[in-house]
Design a protein around this ligand. Structure first.
Ligand SMILES: [Zn+2]
Length: 186
């Protein structure tokens, strides 16, 4: 993942630093019910899936625990287990929507490791295609994201819901308790 050249992410990292006083962006995103606006794709019992506002590639998602914590240490096994179950659903949705030739999954724990939001750990899921690093760095160092975030959201959300069967543990109840994005307040 760190081979990708993505200068627009500087804006994100700086913004994350500045917004520290106003609270954690991950906690804020999930507190409200404006899931579509906040790019929250799916809510589980202990984690949720959100689109990255400053993606490395189209379809760059993050799985974020509800609990605000900086590291894996002390995370309940139920949280970690659900995180991986959601990762399976993300993989299924990405393969169906974008036909990537590879997928990166990764965590950056701590600022030195590249964490933009270091106080709330999360798992990145980034679809990859042959040659995408070359493609993205070639164009004048500008941001090359051909699909809008809302278009990505509309594309991935139904696929994530349909991939429910990939995580059999009480997932159906989860789907019912979720606020449909279309009915969430904007
Ligand atoms: Zn937080």
């Amino acid at each position: 993942m760190d081979k990708l050249f993505s200068p627009w992410r500087l804006r994100y990292i700086r913004a994350a630093g500045r917004s520290r006083d106003r609270g954690c962006v991950f906690c804020r995103a999930v507190r409200g019910r404006r899931d579509r606006k906040n790019l929250v794709l799916v809510r589980g019992h202990r984690n949720y899936v959100i689109l990255n506002k400053y993606p490395y590639n189209n379809g760059h998602m993050m799985i974020v625990p509800f609990a605000h914590a900086p590291s894996l240490e002390g995370a309940p096994s139920e949280t970690l287990q659900e995180m991986m179950e959601l990762a399976v659903r993300c993989e299924t949705a990405l393969r169906s929507a974008y036909r990537p030739t590879g997928i990166n999954l990764g965590m950056n724990l701590g600022r030195s490791a590249g964490a933009g939001i270091e106080k709330h750990f999360h798992l990145h899921i980034v679809p990859r295609w042959d040659g995408d690093t070359n493609f993205m760095s070639v164009v004048h160092g500008t941001r090359v994201i051909p699909e809008s975030l809302q278009a990505t959201y509309r594309r991935l959300r139904p696929l994530l819901l349909a991939a429910d069967g990939a995580a059999p543990h009480a997932d159906r109840a989860r789907g019912r308790s979720m606020v449909p994005a279309g009915k969430a307040k904007e």
